[in-house]
Design a protein around this ligand. Structure first.
Ligand code: CP
Ligand code: NVA
Length: 307
C-alpha cells in the first residue's frame, strides 16, 4: 500500500505512469466512457483549509469512478475539537477505502498516514501540494511542452515552489525560482531537490530577479503571495513583493511560445496581471480541469498498489 504525501517518495516512472493513467481516463470520459474502477469505495476528505478545485475534483472524480466521497470539515468532525490525529486515522481508515487531507502542518498528514490502514493523499499542506503538480505536468504534456522544458516560478517560496522543486528534481527539467529576499524556498527541500537533481540531470536555480528567471523560459508560473494561514501578513507581503507581478512585460522575456500556468485561486493585480491571466485563460483553466483527471488517475493507481 502506498500513500501520496510528497513527490519525493515517487520515482520519475511512477509520476509519469500516474499522469498517463489520468490522461487515459480523461480520454475515456470525453468519449462518454466511465471506468467504475472504484465501485463501492469511499474517499474521506478532511479539509482544515478552504478549497474549490480540490474538493470539487475529488468528489466528482470519486463519483465518476463508481465510488462516494465524504466531505469532512474540521468544524464537523471531532478532530477540530481535539480528538487525536492517530485516533481519527484509525477510525476513518477502518471504514473508508482512501483518505484525502488538506491541512496546515505536514507532520499532521505524516502522523495520520502512519496510523492509517488505507492510502492517504496530501490535498495540500503548508509544505507541499503534490496533486497540483500532477495536473500541471498533465497540462504541460497536453500542450506538447515537456521537451526542453524550462519552468520559471516567480513569487513566494511556498508549498507550490517546494512541489515544483520535487517535480523538476525527479523528472529532470530546468527550474528557476525567483523570490523576493526573505521569501526564499525552504532550504531543506532545496537541498533534497538538488541531491535528487544530480541523478536526474535537472538544473535548479534560485534567485531574486524575476527577469533573470523568466528569460527564455518555456513555462512561467506563480502563486498567491499570501497562502492560506498567512492572511494577516497580506498587507506586508504586497509591499515586499513589489516588482514580482507576472504581467505581459515580464512574460515578453520568455520564449515566444511560452505558456503561463497558475494553480489558482489567482489574485489579479498582485502575483498576476488581469491581462496576462485572461490571455492565458485557456491553458490555466485546462490546468484546473486537469485536477479532476489527474486525481482520478492517482486514486486508481493507488488502489492498484494494494495487494
Ligand atoms: N489549486 C487548488 O488547490 O485550488 P483549491 O484551493 O481551490 O482546492
Ligand atoms: N500556496 C497556496 C496554494 C493554494 C492552492 C496556499 O497554500 O494557499
Amino acid at each position: 500500500m502506498r500513500h501520496f504525501l510528497t513527490l519525493k517518495d515517487y520515482s520519475k516512472e511512477e509520476i509519469l505512469e500516474i499522469v498517463d493513467l489520468g490522461l487515459e481516463i480523461k480520454k475515456d470520459l470525453k468519449a462518454g466512457k466511465y471506468n467504475k474502477e472504484l465501485e463501492m469505495q469511499t474517499l474521506a476528505m478532511i479539509f482544515e483549509k478552504s478549497s474549490t478545485r480540490t474538493r470539487v475534483s475529488f468528489e466528482t472524480g470519486m463519483f465518476q469512478l463508481g465510488g462516494h466521497a465524504l466531505f469532512l470539515s474540521n468544524r464537523d468532525i471531532h478532530l477540530g475539537r481535539g480528538e487525536p490525529v492517530k485516533d481519527t486515522a484509525r477510525v476513518i481508515s477502518s471504514m473508508c477505502n482512501m483518505v484525502m487531507i488538506r491541512t496546515f502542518k505536514h507532520s499532521m498528514i505524516e502522523e495520520f498516514a502512519s496510523y492509517s490502514k488505507v492510502p492517504v493523499i496530501n490535498g495540500l499542506t503548508d509544505s507541499f501540494h503534490p496533486i497540483q503538480l500532477l495536473a500541471d505536468y498533465m497540462t504541460i504534456k497536453e500542450y506538447g511542452m515537456e521537451k526542453n522544458l524550462v519552468v520559471a516560478y516567480v513569487g513566494d517560496g511556498n508549498n507550490m515552489t517546494n512541489s515544483w522543486l520535487m517535480l523538476s528534481a525527479k523528472l529532470g527539467f530546468e527550474l528557476r525560482i525567483a523570490t523576493p529576499k526573505g521569501y526564499e524556498v525552504d532550504a531543506t527541500v532545496l537541498q533534497d531537490a538538488q541531491k535528487i537533481a544530480k541523478e536526474s540531470g535537472a538544473i535548479i536555480k534560485v534567485m531574486n530577479d524575476p527577469k533573470e528567471a523568466v528569460c527564455n523560459a518555456t513555462v512561467v508560473t506563480t502563486d498567491t503571495w499570501a497562502s492560506m494561514g498567512q492572511e494577516n501578513e497580506k498587507e506586508q507581503r504586497i509591499k515586499d513583493f513589489r516588482g514580482f507581478m507576472v504581467d505581459s512585460d515580464l512574460m515578453s522575456l520568455a520564449k515566444k511560445s511560452a505558456k503561463f500556468l497558475h494553480c489558482l485561486p489567482a489574485y489579479r493585480g498582485q502575483e498576476v496581471s488581469e491581462e496576462l491571466l485572461e490571455n492565458h485563460a485557456e491553458i490555466v483553466f485546462s490546468e484546473a480541469e486537469n485536477r479532476l483527471h489527474a486525481q482520478k488517475g492517482l486514486m486508481v493507481w493507488l488502489d492498484k498498489q494494494r495487494g
